[in-house]
Design a protein around this ligand. Structure first.
Ligand SMILES: C[S@@+](CC[C@H](N)C(=O)[O-])C[C@H]1O[C@@H](n2cnc3c(N)ncnc32)[C@H](O)[C@@H]1O
Length: 278
């Protein structure tokens, strides 16, 4: 582990969110333990909500970002996906229904051991695990090289969902450079990730403090990283890491065209799609 604390509990929360949102494949990964984490976190947020200015729902925001990332993968037409910090996400299970798409998920060994165990509970889950086009790779995406997971000459989408917010700026920049090198090796493609700059979020308030408290309690001390960079700063950093074109995508702007669930629910979410030309 590269940083203090264990983030696997956050993967339980997001996994249950995909189940709550009825996303395909999530039914194979939800669990009573995950449901307890989901319910406890939502209860704490609900208690804090009346005291927060401009409160937004966490589960709706996560669902929006997840479906935006699904859309970006589909729209790219890429036949190779490398998902960093995939956790208990259902995306790999859902997308590998297409046998021509090769999907590689990377996360820390204990998280992927849990994922394998969850999938092993059912026939449908075991069939997913047996797919040759789905690879689960135990690796630290911050400290370990990933070049062997990329096929030269096959355009690639790299996803990093729910990861950047836990990395300090230097680690984020290192990840941008590493992803750029992987995409160059692949012959082009896209890095897509979510990150709401701290300056775009309201001051933490009661709900933010409550979430921070839940995070520290569940993760053994680890919580969100905050810094002063704006979205333009992040776009500039992606350009200086070598990306040719960078898009920033907010749910409200795409909700109707991209068929987001709960299109009228306002959420605070920002997805970056950084492209390397083929
Ligand atoms: C908030 S969860 C997101 C999981 C999944 N991407 C999703 O959105 O459902 C964060 C994930 O990052 C993983 N993670 C954190 N640091 C990591 C690292 N250095 N290498 C690999 N995975 C890491 C955790 O194990 C956890 O599964």
């Amino acid at each position: 582990m590269t940083a203090r604390g264990d983030l696997s509990v956050t993967a339980l929360y997001t996994c249950e969110t995909w189940g709550w949102g009825n996303l395909d494949g999530a039914e194979l990964l939800v669990s009573p333990e995950g449901r307890r984490v989901f319910d406890a976190t939502n209860a704490v947020l609900a208690l804090a909500r009346p005291f927060q200015r401009d409160a937004r729902s966490l589960k709706h925001a996560l669902l929006h970002r997840h479906v935006i990332l699904d859309h970006l993968v589909r729209a790219s037409g890429a036949r190779r996906v490398l998902e960093l910090a995939a956790g208990l996400s259902r995306r790999g299970a859902a997308f590998t229904v297409d046998p021509d798409l090769i999907y590689t998920e990377v996360d820390l060994a204990p998280v992927l051991a849990r994922k394998r165990a969850l999938l092993s509970r059912t026939d449908a889950g075991r069939r997913v695990l047996a797919r040759e086009n789905l690879r689960l790779v135990d690796r630290d995406v911050v400290t370990e090289p990933l070049g062997d997971l990329v096929e030269p000459g096959e355009p690639l989408v790299i996803l990093a969902e729910g990861l950047l917010v836990y990395l300090v700026p230097d680690a984020q920049r290192a990840l941008f450079r590493a992803a750029r090198a992987l995409l160059a090796r692949a012959g082009g493609g896209t890095l897509a990730f979510d990150l709401v700059p701290a300056c775009e979020a309201p001051p933490p308030g009661a709900a933010g403090r409550a979430l921070g408290w839940m995070m520290r309690r569940f993760t053994g001390g680890r919580t969100f990283e905050h810094d002063a960079r704006t979205r333009d700063d992040l776009v500039a950093e992606l350009h200086s890491a070598g990306f040719d074109r960078v898009e920033t995508i907010e749910p409200a702007a795409v909700a109707a065209h991209w068929d987001l669930p709960f299109p009228d629910t306002p959420t605070r979410q920002l997805v970056f799609a950084a492209h390397v030309s083929t």
